[in-house]
Design a protein around this ligand. Structure first.
Ligand SMILES: O=C(O)CCC(=O)C(=O)O
Ligand SMILES: [Fe+2]
Length: 277
């Protein structure tokens, strides 16, 4: 007898239908009609749609800027950062001027150098263009790999009051016109077989900061479909969100909408529960 597993894909499917206005009863009926046992279907509905379900794992502490006095600006040791928007649930904060234009350009230049190098290596080895195309989409820096990474990491740690050591290395993504990042969660799917090994290096991801390194000509906003929020990608600005458990009830589903003209560069910092090694 096979047991039925509640996957992230199933939860997403339930969420999509609930958001489209389908009633709980109708969702249950179509799940049962497509072979789900009623008890598993009911549990999946409860887990996905009831924020206060007793099945929820306990919350973790998360990174959080100091917004207690509703500051329009947060004075950090080396820069004043604007607070442009905040949402309580999901926890989302949009910052203005987190990076100077020079810092954005330096990050893009460092990432471009690294991408060019990995393409050369790939081409020298086997002339593979597929490889080159893939590596040109994104790359990870080591933590404090160069001066600009170290400076930005220290600033983020101060802004979000979260240790530098808990951060993954910065990831730089390059989107060409037409490219997008479909909605996803940044935490690791607890039901996935590879997740325990990933969690051994510093626990779950609990927060994300996406920094815009340029302003695309058209498109390329960061979207949060659960709350229909659309954050404009503006050079030097950043969007932060946190998730205290690896669960859709955090409403942190998000994606990069298609770049319609020009290109888009972002740097992402993911924060873990513990020191990331
Ligand atoms: O490009 C964006 O706006 C979103 C990027 C993102 O979701 C990520 O890096 O995990
Ligand atoms: Fe993401």
């Amino acid at each position: 007898m096979s047991t039925q597993t509640i996957t992230g894909e199933l939860r997403r499917w339930i969420q999509d239908h609930a958001q489209a206005g389908t009633s709980r009863e109708t969702i249950l009926q179509s799940m049962c009609a497509s072979g789900w046992s009623q008890s598993v279907a009911l549990q999946a509905l409860a887990e996905t749609l009831d924020g206060a379900s007793p099945e929820l794992p306990p919350p973790s502490p998360v990174p959080e800027p100091d917004l207690r006095r509703s500051p329009a600006e947060i004075p950090l040791s080396d820069r004043r950062v604007q607070v442009l928007l905040r949402v309580e649930h999901p926890r989302v904060v949009v910052f203005g001027g987190l990076l100077s234009h020079e810092e954005c350009d330096a990050m893009v230049a460092a990432a471009t150098r690294r991408l060019a190098r990995s393409e050369t290596v790939a081409n020298d080895k086997d002339g593979s263009e597929i490889n080159a195309a893939r590596t040109s989409e994104g790359m990870f820096f080591e933590r404090a790999e160069n001066e600009i990474c170290a400076r930005v990491e220290a600033r983020i740690a101060e802004l979000l009051r979260w240790p530098v050591e808990n951060g993954e290395g910065l990831q730089v993504l390059h989107y060409r016109a037409g490219a997008e990042y479909l909605p996803h969660y940044d935490y690791f799917d607890p039901t996935h077989a590879s997740t325990p090994a990933i969690l051994a290096r510093g626990g779950q991801r609990v927060g994300t900061l996406v920094m815009y390194l340029n302003t695309p000509e058209q498109g390329g906003s960061t979207v949060f479909p659960d709350i229909k929020l659309d954050v404009a990608p503006i050079k030097g600005n950043a969007v932060f969100f946190s998730y205290e458990r690896a669960h859709p009830s955090t409403l942190t589903l998000h994606g990069g909408s298609p770049v319609l003209a020009g290109e888009k560069w972002v740097a992402t910092k993911w924060m873990r529960e513990r020191e990331f090694t």
